[in-house]
Design a protein around this ligand. Structure first.
Ligand SMILES: [Zn+2]
Ligand SMILES: [Zn+2]
Length: 370
């Protein structure tokens, strides 16, 4: 049985159903609550676990809020993302430092953190891309790095970021998905006055729309099917919306709203066929940014992209300093993410709500408040 460095003696996490902790058959005073993944097809289980202990260079943080991400759902379904039993999910969080060996984060500091655990010294780490470090594990998406569907979490102080006073815990827990949007927009080279099409109005699509507008795009049109997500568009950055469930010709609908074809198209959906659609929609010499994660085989006809001399840009996560930039944008009121939070959960309501999120619905972002 592999050792769990963060949680001594919690072999119970590996045992699936049985609540048997060798040598500890009663609730300890320092036990804390966490939602445990116990296998595909089973709802998350709320259990008492030993309070995690910070290792060298780590902070112990009492979790205030944690967002539920699409990747968390994939992590609990059969497929390449499937996590081991015993994993504690949650990589979009905020909280208060309770124990710290780092003077930059004294107890009481309100924080969020880049949810990475990289080597810290390879070329990718040195260039600020910890997500691309060959040895990186994402907090909350690896059994050995338990996430924030829990009362407490430990994390490397190096990747913690203090929340400015003007930023609430709720907003702090949206920094991670917002950073994905910021990084996508950074890679789009948007110019003042550009026309932008965002396909998909989930949290990432909304974040992309917000930062595209902030980057100077004159038109930001959101294409989406779910009514609540369409309605939220203008609260973020969308200057117009296209109901993709009703509208047959998205290109014509876009041109009618923006007075021309898109200079940049963001794919925030990630399903087979969508890149070819983007190739058809974007203007000649335009840019396609692939943000959505498609895990299936896909085909394109390169000729159609060659004839337009398109740029196809893939993006992954964010850079190390993007969290600080998002927080600066939040503190400045440049982006207001609270309409993103459509569902507020507790440990009691989490397991059922988590299962419900697997079916298409009107939620944008569900958040747990441990
Ligand atoms: Zn996420
Ligand atoms: Zn590295």
């Amino acid at each position: 049985m592999p050792a769990l460095p963060h949680q001594k003696g919690c072999a119970v996490l590996l045992s699936g159903q049985a609540f048997v902790r060798p040598g500890r058959h009663y609730k300890e005073e320092d036990d804390v609550k966490a939602a445990i993944f116990t296998g595909a097809g089973r709802p998350l289980t709320i259990r008492e676990i030993p309070k995690p202990e910070p290792r060298e260079g780590e902070l112990l943080v009492r979790v205030a809020a944690c967002g539920i991400c699409g990747s968390d759902l994939h992590a609990t379904e059969e497929g390449v993302f499937l996590q081991e039993e015993g994993t504690i999910l949650g990589h979009e969080f905020s909280g208060v430092v309770e124990q710290s060996a780092d003077p930059a984060f004294p107890p009481g500091t309100r924080v969020t953190a880049v949810p990475v655990n990289p080597c810290g010294s390879c070329a990718q780490c040195r260039e600020g891309y910890p997500m691309m470090c060959a040895t990186n594990s994402i907090t909350g998406l690896a059994k050995d790095f338990p996430g924030a569907y829990a009362e407490y979490i430990t994390l490397p102080a190096r990747y913690a970021v203090a929340l400015p006073d003007a930023v609430s815990f709720d907003e702090g827990a949206t920094v991670e998905p917002l950073a994905v949007g910021l990084h996508a927009v950074d890679n789009a080279n948007i110019r003042i006055g550009d026309r932008v099409l965002v396909i998909g109005g989930g949290p990432i699509g909304q974040a992309v729309a917000a930062f595209a507008r902030a980057a100077g795009a004159a038109s930001v049109i959101l294409s989406e099917r779910a009514p609540a997500r369409l309605k939220a568009g203008p609260l973020f950055g969308a200057t117009g919306t296209i109901d993709a469930g009703q509208e047959q010709d998205v290109g014509a609908a876009f041109a009618a709203l923006a007075d021309g074809p898109p200079d940049v198209v963001f794919d925030c959906v990630g399903v087979p066929g969508i890149i070819q659609k983007c190739i058809g929609l974007v203007r000649a010499r335009g840019t396609i940014v692939v943000v959505g994660v498609c895990m299936k085989e896909d085909t394109q006809i390169p000729f159609t992209a060659i004839m337009k001399e398109l740029r196809l840009q893939y993006v992954l996560g964010y850079k190390e300093n993007d969290f600080a930039r998002v927080l600066a944008a939040l503190a400045a009121g440049l982006v207001r993410p609270l309409p993103m939070i459509t569902d507020r959960l507790t440990f009691e309501t989490l397991p059922a709500a988590f299962e419900q999120l697997r079916r298409p619905s009107d939620q944008i972002k569900a958040m747990i408040f441990p």
